[in-house]
Write a protein that binds this ligand. Structure first.
Ligand code: GDP
Length: 427
């Protein structure tokens, strides 16, 4: 059985925590897209961690953690993360890397930086982790798969063709020194050697695991609104964070996905460029930002302050619809305990003054303003509560509101960043 854990919004919804919680009853956790460009914060008995590339099952010894073929694999970042876990006393996790996964080439990261510099104020808010150049090369079919790292002649042939174009751009567009073919070949051979012990046919592994009745979690990175097709293009990422893409990026049958767990925060947060209708400013923003997450709303990879806003029902309903969610998890519910009344965005007003409740395309979205309603606050700290029924009535009513506006059952709520701060919703 396959269960996807994906983000309803702009990312940073708390998928890492939810995956860590759900991994205890799962056998395999798979990353299926993205790379080291975003972080999942996890707090458990080993301490606090920001995972970037490692699947969030790495804290469970019984879990096989898989880097699927859809991932942008930065080999050094992966191995550094693994070593950092071991240094902090986490037992060595089981890790498998798809032989069809493609590797982030050192110049992808350079190109990401050069391109953001070139675009200046028109840049897309890249984390400069090489993601866009990586996926451009992948779909232009000039990328390098892990399995190709072990065939030096093939590697040299592919690189010699590819580097003609890369070096032309480096020299003439960005005015930087060219890449030497032999240096590139030996760098990639070295990456292959470092990875060797982890590489296998993960598609077969997942097929066998599913056939044997194991529970497989697909762990999404970012959220619906960063999807290149369905999100706020061009302020999106370069691979699809949708559960539907999980089948492709991990390598499992679409028919095997039984649960699509969509994670949303009790308020909104986004990092990077692009329209964000509920963006707050001034003191109101600062207060929510300071109280949000486990230590304020600052990006796990970039430490950039996140934009924050109230819960956006228009965006979340859309996010849940596009993901095809079968259940919803609400995180960061504890954060709102300081408010007398909690504004929620129930509709948008377009630039033409029309009230809309369906999430529009990006040009229309750019001109939208939020329309708020207020729900009663609960004015207390709900951290430490261990049963859903003990939550204040107004807090449960807030959960009911999100459930009814999204039309998907809320099965879990999170009332703190720690693993045990998770409540199963009873009705
Ligand atoms: P992910 O990328 O979706 O895994 O999310 P991030 O880890 O980037 O961001 C989620 C933030 O919320 C992190 O700081 C988490 O530690 C924090 N977090 C998750 N659940 C809760 C919760 O219920 N309450 C609070 N206060 N923080 C939470």
């Amino acid at each position: 059985m396959v269960r996807a854990i994906v983000g309803a919004n702009w990312g940073d919804e708390g998928k890492g925590k939810v995956t860590d919680v759900m991994a205890s009853e799962s056998d395999v956790v798979v990353r299926f897209q993205g790379g080291a460009n975003a972080g999942h914060t996890i707090i458990n008995e080993y301490g606090k961690f920001a995972l970037h590339l490692l699947p969030s099952g790495v804290f469970h010894q019984h879990v096989v953690n898989v880097i699927g073929p859809g991932v942008a694999l930065n080999v050094d970042a992966l191995l550094k993360e693994l070593a950092a876990l071991e240094e902090r006393g986490v037992p060595t996790p089981q890790l498998k890397v798809s032989d069809r996964c493609q590797v982030m080439l050192p110049w992808h990261i350079d190109f990401d930086r050069f391109e953001e510099e070139r675009l200046g104020k028109n840049s897309f808010g890249s984390t400069k982790s090489g993601i866009a150049p990586f996926y451009s090369d992948k779909f232009a079919k000039v990328g390098i798969q892990v399995c190709q790292l072990y065939d030096e002649a093939l590697l040299r042939e592919r690189l010699s063709i590819e580097l003609v174009k890369t070096n032309c751009l480096l020299e003439h567009l960005y005015h930087k020194p060219p890449i030497d073919l032999e240096d590139a070949v030996s760098c990639l051979k070295e990456l292959g050697e470092k990875l060797h012990g982890y590489v296998c046919d993960t598609t077969r592994l997942l097929y066998e695991a599913n056939k044997a009745g194991k529970v497989i979690l697909l762990e999404g990175q970012l959220g619906t609104l960063r999807d290149p097709d369905h999100g706020i293009y061009p302020y999106t990422t370069s691979s699809s964070p949708l559960a539907g893409f999980g089948c492709v990026g991990a390598g499992v049958s679409p028919a095997s996905i039984k649960d699509i767990v969509c994670v949303t925060k009790a308020y909104s947060s986004a990092v990077g460029a692009g329209p964000f209708v509920v963006r707050l400013s001034g003191e109101e923003a600062e207060e929510l930002r300071k109280r949000g997450g486990d230590a304020g709303e600052y990006g796990a990879t970039t430490h950039r302050p996140r934009d924050v806003g109230w819960f956006d029902a228009v965006a979340t309903r859309y996010g849940v619809m596009v993901q095809g969610a079968t259940e919803l998890v609400i995180t960061n519910l504890d954060v709102l305990g300081y408010l007398d009344e909690i504004p929620v965005c129930v509709a948008y007003e377009t630039a033409q003054g029309e009230r809309i409740t369906d999430f529009p395309n990006t040009p229309v979205l750019m001109g939208c303003k939020p329309i708020y309603e207020k729900l009663p606050g609960w004015k207390c700290d709900i951290r430490g509560i261990t049963e859903y029924s003990k939550l204040p009535e107004a807090c449960r009513a807030y959960v009911d509101f999100i459930e009814s506006t999204c039309g998907v059952p809320v099965k879990l709520v999170s009332n703190g960043p720690k693993r045990e701060e998770t409540l199963v919703r009873q009705r």
